[in-house]
Design a protein around this ligand. Sequence first.
Ligand code: FE2
Length: 379
Amino acid sequence: MDFLYCAPTVFVIGNEYEILVNANENGLIGIEAGGKIYREENSGVLATEKNYAKIRVPQNILDKAKAYSVIYRKTIDRRAYFSLMAEEQRADFSFRPIEKTENIRVYHIADVHYRYKEAEETAGFFGDDTDLFVVNGDIGEVETFENYRETSRFTGNISKGKIPVIFVRGNHDTRGKLAEFYTSFFPAERSDTFFSFSIGPLSGVVLDLGEDKPDDHTDASYPNPDVYGGVNDFYSFRRRELEWLKSVGKAEKGKTVFAISHICPVQTTRNAGDCFDIERELYAEMNGELERLGVSFMLCGHIHSAYVLMPEDPKSLLKHDYPVIVGSEIVNEKTSDGETRFADIIGAAITVNKESVEVLFTNGKREITEKHVIKTEKR
Ligand SMILES: [Fe+2]
């Protein structure tokens, strides 16, 4: 195991898994599961000049095998002919697919903003009984590759390479010098960070609304008021995402269907008319598609507050027929000298049953701060 930088993470995407592996040094990385070796797709060339890989494995193979091995050969010298690779090393991991149909324990955490240690405490609420993690955006901005690796270590630490993880991009994860490398590490269908997922009796869609302000947002209080400097095109991205969402088919009967989005499309802000109140028409169309798909609930972060937004709640900017669980609160405290500092992060411990979901907001001491039981219609 010494060759690994951290435990791998098994991400859920479509009806497959994407296993993220980070090694200490550059090398050839593969996953062996069910008697077959899987590699990162690179048009026939196997990557050796990097120390990470994101490898697709079919769900049915890993679900059956319940174990996989990372196989690794350190790169000594890659050449046109006679490349030199070190002896193969292996690290074995057990894997736990979701096989039960009731009492599915999902831990939702978002808005970590680099506070990995504290977030690990919070995310450990269900302990070894966790069936699925949802890591819902704003984990950290990405200035360096080390930032990607720190986030990989966080997801590896909470899931131990054993529990599946749904990983979603947040607006802060689109920021920073190396933001364009996001899909080299984290789940995407080709280069798209919105996707459908299916695992055990759960299925649904992951949305990515990109930045929280318009691409051409300006702030006159700065000498150069162009906030994004022309480096984003989320306007087009969201429109492509809507077209994709329209093409998603309804899940097979009996599945619990839900949506996950870092920014909530039906409540982008709690202050209507501010700079975050964007794309209402487009988000209304997205909401219509979510209702068509029959989502039982939606999981969101971003607002740094933990609450449940029921249908017909006047605080929603758009009407929706499903509850929204906003499941991440940043708790700050005042120091003796009057400064405000970070104190804790609250996440959502969600138990999914066929007819209802129980939502516990829990803190870093694994105490329950609030409890909700939400009836979910079987659609
Ligand atoms: Fe955010």
